[in-house]
Design a protein around this ligand. Sequence first.
Ligand SMILES: [Zn+2]
Length: 247
Amino acid sequence: MIQKLKYIQLHLGYCLYNIGILVMLSCTFHPSTVPKNKYTPFISEISLKFQNKDLQIDSLRMINLNTKIPCLYVDLRYAGNNNFMHSAMYPYHFNIAYARKPVAEALKKVQQTLNAKGLSLKIWDAYRPFAVTGAFWNKVHDEKYVANPALGSNHNRGVAVDVTVVDIHNGIPLDMGTDFDNFTDSAHSNYQQFSANILANRKLLRDIMVINGFQPLPTEWWHFSWPNSAAFPVLNIPLKQMKKIAH
Ligand SMILES: [Zn+2]
């Protein structure tokens, strides 16, 4: 019996030793040690342990756009059923948008320019937890429509926003020709078969965003991202938790 106990003790010790080595290995894990493949960013960056620490670095801070940008309209479409998934992917009716500090500062300038014209930005989506991108993928599984979670998305990095322009007084949107998450050619930036008014509205949004440092996406007139997105790690912090962390 005593021998058996000793064996269990030894075996347990050996297991703990192995776990210790695994933990050490995972802590010293570095992307450059992993052969590059399409899953590399996913493997190397979804290290939830270190996320909160990263967020204390000034340029990586997550900012509450609702409170930092005056007169901002926010309608997080994934917090309800009015989206291509036809279901709430965020906590129902959650309506606070977050982005990294450089993105928030640039959006503030965009907003100032629009406000001077009697207009305002409206945010449909900004920071999106990685798990939600995974959920999109599980449901749709088509790269034409959703980002492959193996790569993470710029929304997961807190550096992409989906926006439109509205009247500052009543929130009525300018006519952009299509709604958010329209996956047809008519959502493409170079699609020309619209009225002059719609084309001018799209140009207004695109020009102001680009002047303030954002990069447009050719296939989605509403999507803009911040350059050098790889410098911003993919995050998987739920929105309700982000509310406590963001500045
Ligand atoms: Zn987007």
